[in-house]
Design a protein. Sequence first.
Length: 282
Amino acid sequence: MGLPKHVAVVGGGRMGAGIALSFAVNGSQVVVLERDTQSVDAAQARLTDIAQKAVAKDPAAPAIDVLLARLVVSEDYGLLGAADLVVEAVPEDFEVKVATLRSIEERIDEHTAIATNTSSLSVTKLAAELSHPARFLGLHFFNPVPASTLIEVVIGEATDESLVSSAREWTESLRKTPVVVQDAPGFASSRLGVALALEAMRMLEEGVASAEDIDAAMVLGYRHATGPLRTTDLVGLDVRLGIAEYLASTLGERFEPPQILREKVAAGELGRKSGKGFFNYS
């Protein structure tokens, strides 16, 4: 089967742009949909930047003009009608995602697959808001998407088994590895990753070690590519806070966000995107 010929990505932020690029690099025609002209311009600049980097780093990437020709950024949601697969990549808020998914459903036929890139929200609960939940599942991409080799395929209670098989093939065609999980709070990756990060934050609060040394313990001792605090900076402290709050509400107080995380988010220290998080990037 390979990749869908036509893919739409709703949301052209860092994750959405990375998802769009991954499909385009591997041969799909991709439209990225944004809400207004200003957002379209920002998404176009973001895509052009990461496309140039992909061409420089990825031997399998086509020439830059070929790659950019496969990528269209627009605010015309009527373009959803041509998609074989729609990937929702809007902010991690249940009501925002539901509104977006309903808007997508209004513009596609009942056979078009829909995937959410949520990192923690219930795929089953999102599907319950749709008219055709069997064609819906989670495709949890990881940041930075072009360099990441993992996609978490999340199966909702109503997800059709044939769609899961297709998602495995899409993932492999993107030159990534699928990890298939049942719908549960935080799935596998966010649940484990957030648990480690929250404990690292508590250790920093308690003065057990510096941020540098806590991360070094995991990088050198456990061969993690990056430590839990620097990974949190990459993901975004605000994103991690939202996931932790959701996991605390569903799985209990062991996921309660430490005060240091709440304070940094309140101060605007969101990680790499703001220039400062647990480390300084300015």
